[in-house]
Design a protein around this ligand. Structure first.
Ligand code: FES
Length: 104
């Protein structure tokens, strides 16, 4: 695993997704609970590449804007298909910056 700097927390939308591209990889960042909870997943929906950062968030679940598949933001698991899953990343907040651990 290696730690990468993603985005300042203050630049993220609260209660909605924020799209971040870093080193050619697309992430969706979700800041909830007035900034106390941060989740990061891959942005591309495994169904047909929908933009998950643009999905509606309800509690800890994002609904893909294209065909409404729902993904748990903690596990990445889809409620519509046991075989569909998005990558989730461990998050660290340091000096107001969101960092994630990515596989090496
Ligand atoms: S592209 Fe996400 S549900 Fe179809």
């Amino acid at each position: 695993m290696s730690l990468i700097e993603l985005i300042p927390l203050a630049r993220c939308r609260i209660g909605a997704g924020t799209f971040v591209e870093k080193a050619g990889h697309e992430y969706a960042v979700f800041v909830m609970d007035e900034g106390k909870t941060v989740r990061v997943i891959d942005n591309s929906c495994p169904h047909a590449s929908g933009n998950l950062a643009g999905g509606e968030v309800t509690e800890n679940v994002v609904s893909c804007p294209w065909h409404q598949w729902d993904f748990d933001l903690s596990t990445g698991l889809c409620t519509h298909s046991e075989q569909a899953k998005v990558q989730t990343y461990p998050v660290t907040i340091r000096d107001g910056i969101i960092w994630i651990d990515v596989p090496s």
